[in-house]
Design a protein around this ligand. Structure first.
Ligand SMILES: Nc1ncnc2c1ncn2[C@@H]1O[C@H](COP(=O)(O)OP(=O)(O)OP(=O)(O)O)[C@@H](O)[C@H]1O
Ligand SMILES: [Mg+2]
Length: 248
């Protein structure tokens, strides 16, 4: 396997807050990497740094051998990195289809396509996530679960080689989670490299082939999913230490 994304000694400080603190991490081509960590661990900040929404304080980010840190989001998207947002933000007045078309037109491939072609290019992502039946509805009228699927379809429409998912399961019903797991497995099997940030540990364990756990902007553990979630430091970061522990 070749390395697709390499994050090296990355730091992002907001004043005194060390949101990302000397983090080194790599993603192999074809991998399904799960990222876990408690609230505030720095997961979204990491994703925002990789996709150009934030500029690192120091350190480097390399995608397919090219340094990308500091590039604006549209350039990074055109290089082949797609993402979803933790807080869904569709164009509410536009239809579901038009939202996906916006993704399709935004990509390196899509900038040379006509509107009619972009509409055609949007059908497959919509079918893949199971939203084709709601294509003409205003995006603002969708349920939260459907909005998450729309995020995914929009990201897929940019034809990424690396797909970054930020809590795409958050707020979904049990059934919607099961549905989306099938979809993600299918996308991964089609050859996509995926990095998934997720609080639902059973989802991470079932889908990922490697897990990276973070805490306070740093690496806490990494390895095979079952092994990582059984590590005492990972359990402690999630569940906290007993109130009557020795150093309390
Ligand atoms: N723009 C910002 N300005 C100041 N502090 C920030 C900013 N963005 C994030 N932080 C801080 O950086 C730390 C990491 O936040 P981040 O959102 O990356 O965590 P997270 O792991 O995604 O958490 P969650 O699981 O709740 O989504 C937190 O302490 C947060 O308050
Ligand atoms: Mg987050």
């Amino acid at each position: 396997m070749s390395t697709m994304l390499e994050v090296s000694r990355l730091c992002k400080f907001f004043g005194g807050i060390k949101a990302i603190n000397d983090l080194t991490l790599s993603v192999q081509a074809g991998q399904f990497l799960g990222i876990i960590g408690a609230n505030g661990a720095g997961k979204t900040t990491l994703l925002n740094l990789v996709t150009g929404y934030l500029t690192p304080t120091s350190g480097s980010i390399t995608f397919e051998g090219k340094p990308i840190q500091g590039l604006p989001p549209y350039r990074i998207a055109r290089l082949g990195i797609g993402r979803t947002f933790q807080i869904t933000q569709p164009f509410a007045e536009m239809s579901v289809l038009e939202n996906v078309m916006a993704g399709a037109l935004f990509s390196e491939y899509g900038r040379h396509r006509t509107i009619a072609q972009a509409r055609e290019d949007s059908i497959e992502p919509l079918e893949l996530v199971g939203l084709h039946g709601q294509a003409l509805m205003p995006a603002g009228s969708l349920t939260l679960g459907a909005k998450k699927k729309l995020e995914l379809a929009r990201a897929l429409a940019t034809r990424p080689r690396l797909l970054l998912l930020d809590e795409v399961m958050g707020g979904l019903t049990h059934e919607e989670v099961e549905d989306l797991m099938v979809v993600l497995r299918r996308i991964h099997q089609s050859g996509m490299t995926i990095v998934m940030i997720e609080h639902l540990v059973h989802v991470i364990v079932e889908l990922s082939d490697y897990v990276f756990a973070m805490n306070f902007g740093m690496e806490l553990a990494q390895g095979l999913p079952d092994a990582v979630i059984e590590r005492p430091e990972v359990i402690e970061a999630y569940l906290g230490v007993p109130i009557e522990s020795g150093d309390a």
